[in-house]
Design a protein around this ligand. Structure first.
Ligand code: HSE
Length: 316
């Protein structure tokens, strides 16, 4: 007889969504920050949040109002088990930072719960359940944070319903990512609410060319084409004003040799992709300097895109 588990803990990484040209569709995982979620079996058929600690301690403890809580409630709706779950969330990703904090809590909770249940749910199911958390946090389901948070790497999450087509894209070996988080808070809901609902035909054509070109260049290791394609002509121009110092950070990033630069998710974090460690160090310094000139202290990170998605840290 297999023994039942009582508790499992998962780590879920921060993510950079959109990647300039894949709004709501593309994202990558980074190793610098993440949330850690412990899920415990309880007899009551409900979801309880016991505590939230770390960099965002004052999030709602009601399961329906928390991204980790709501995805486990939807998991229980599937009738997968008797009883329920109790949760402890340790936040490593700041709230409203643009680094996929709501996605990491949801993905971490689901990966830990799936472990408790002996892994009955395939990746696509975990992804679709995670989207309930994104709808709660951002007002609409989008898979560009939860997708790469679950799989690691650079991911195209083509759809938010079956068939979802989670496509793991190749990353040219010299690509390094830089992520800089200036210390202000932007609500994803608000950053989505300011977006126009229509896209001029000219911009649609340019953005489609850039997305297709970027993906193609990832397959052919064409760094120059990656540089030409990482230009967001649709979303960034509408959101840049939300981030003080954005134009200076962008200028410094390109002057320091970035292949591409844009907003990470809905901001205020920004990201750059660079060729090699030396370029990444220069670009990171340039971006931080720009924000400091605007009196904004930052968290900063650079390195390879992380191939590690949410994973089990321990179980008992
Ligand atoms: N694609 C989403 C947005 C990501 O930019 O609104 C939010 O993290």
């Amino acid at each position: 007889m297999t023994e039942l588990l009582t508790s499992a803990t998962a780590f879920a990484p921060a993510t950079v969504a959109n990647v300039a040209v894949g709004f709501d569709l593309m994202g990558f995982a980074i190793s610098g920050f993440g949330d850690t979620v412990t899920v415990r079996h309880i007899d009551e058929p409900t979801v309880k949040i016991d505590e939230i600690t770390g960099v965002v301690p004052d999030l709602p403890l009601e399961a329906e109002k928390n991204t980790a809580g709501v995805v486990l409630l939807r998991l229980l709706d599937k009738g997968v088990k008797s009883g329920g779950f109790a949760l402890k969330i340790q936040k490593g990703i700041p709230l409203g930072s643009g680094m996929g904090g709501s996605a990491a809590s949801a993905a971490g909770a689901l990966v830990a719960a799936n472990k408790l249940l002996k892994n009955p749910l395939p990746l696509e199911e975990l992804y679709l359940l995670s989207l309930f958390g994104e709808t709660l946090a951002g007002g609409a389901p989008h898979g560009d944070n939860v997708g790469p948070c679950l799989t690691g790497g650079l991911l195209l999450a083509r759809s938010v319903s079956y068939p979802v087509d989670l496509v793991h894209l190749p990353i040219p070996s010299e690509i390094r990512a830089v992520v800089v988080h200036p210390h202000i808070c932007i609500s994803t809901k608000e950053a989505r609410a300011i977006l126009r609902s229509d896209v001029p035909l000219k911009s649609f054509i340019e953005q489609s060319g850039n997305l297709a070109g970027f993906i193609s260049a990832c397959y052919t290791n064409d760094y120059k084409m990656i540089g030409r394609c990482l230009r967001d002509v649709v979303i960034e121009p509408q959101r840049a004003a939300l981030i003080p110092g954005f134009a200076d950070a962008r200028k410094n990033a390109f002057d320091s040799g970035a292949l591409g630069f844009s907003i990470s998710g809905s901001g205020p974090a920004v990201f750059a992709l660079c060729r090699g460690d030396e370029a990444a160090t220069k670009v990171r310094k340039g971006i931080v300097e720009a924000f400091l000139r605007h009196s904004l202290p930052c968290d900063e990170w650079s390195g390879s895109i992380s191939e590690l998605g949410a994973y089990i840290v321990s179980f008992s």
